[in-house]
Write a protein that binds this ligand. Structure first.
Ligand code: HEC
Length: 249
């Protein structure tokens, strides 16, 4: 299939090139800022700088291995109760801290072994109260469904707009086969959908975290190629299909 390209980026009149250039520069800067923001927020999720698969797991899946109560009973609180009391508390936490066991079984133990400090020292969380103990036994489930829904639709709508115009401008580029050009134009949308889908998949299963990185990397790469090519062919090496005296507004 041979397509006739009627005009190129180099044929565009100055005002149109200015419009496209302003847009591409602002979007390029926006993409850099988005990358920086991801590094600063998600990048630190595992406590270490730099974005890693662990960061993504912590952000979307959470840390469901254990609760604070368990961690403390194995750690700094380990000498504050006999082994069988600690075992009862740990099993209770592992079972998801069922409320029906609180009054009869758990609270008496907490009152006896933990209360002397936790119910009396004002700076310590008073874990003899159910609501305070709930904070110690809840698991970090990562991003909530409500957050994911909100961020997903904003991201899909907003980012599609960016890629639509970047892609449209790029349709006037020359030097690419029709297939290459089409792939480059559709790639950001495909990666965007992969990216958003992978947030949900990672929330359910941490093994999908790498898909988040592929999605983000994929659409950054495709849009970077389109932005740089478009700017280059508008200003540095304009190629013409029209006679140079003609311009397209
Ligand atoms: C001798 C006093 C003392 C006793 C008894 C005690 N704790 Fe603590 N607890 C502390 C202190 C001090 C801290 C804060 C320092 C730390 O986190 O290690 C703390 C912190 C904690 C924390 C973390 C609170 C937070 O939000 O960071 C948990 C959970 C906890 N204790 C559970 C228990 C449990 C369960 C028991 C009973 C088996 C218990 N503690 C008995 C003194 C005590």
């Amino acid at each position: 299939m041979k397509e006739i390209q009627r005009f190129t980026l180099g044929d565009l009149a100055l005002p149109t090139r200015m419009l496209f250039t302003g847009y591409l520069l602002a979007i390029g800067l926006g993409l850099l800022m988005a990358g920086a923001q991801i590094m600063l927020t998600h990048g630190m999720a595992d406590g270490k700088p730099g974005l890693s698969v662990d960061d993504i797991v912590y952000s979307y899946y959470g840390n469901r291995d254990g609760t604070k109560l368990e961690a403390k009973l194995f750690g700094s609180m380990k000498d504050n109760a006999p082994a069988e009391v600690k075992m009862t508390l740990i099993k209770w936490a592992e079972a998801g801290a069922p409320a029906e066991e609180w009054q009869g079984t758990i609270k008496p133990l907490v009152d006896q072994y933990c209360g002397p400090c936790h119910a009396n020292i004002a700076t310590l969380p008073n874990i003899t109260e159910k609501a305070v103990m709930d904070q110690m036994t809840k698991r970090d489930e990562g991003a909530s469904i409500a957050t994911l829904t909100r961020v997903s639709h904003i991201h899909l709508f907003g980012v599609s707009f960016i890629f639509f115009f970047v892609g449209w401008i790029f349709t006037y580029a020359t030097g690419f086969s029709t297939v290459t050009k089409s792939v480059l134009i559709v790639a950001p949308f495909a990666f965007l959908i992969i990216d958003v889908a992978s947030w949900w998949l990672t929330k359910m299963n941490p093994n999908f975290a790498w898909l988040v990185i592929i999605g983000g990397f994929g659409y950054s790469a495709a849009s970077t190629i389109m932005i740089f090519t478009s700017l280059y062919q508008m200003w540095i090496s304009p190629r013409h299909t029209l006679k140079t005296t003609q311009h397209i507004d």
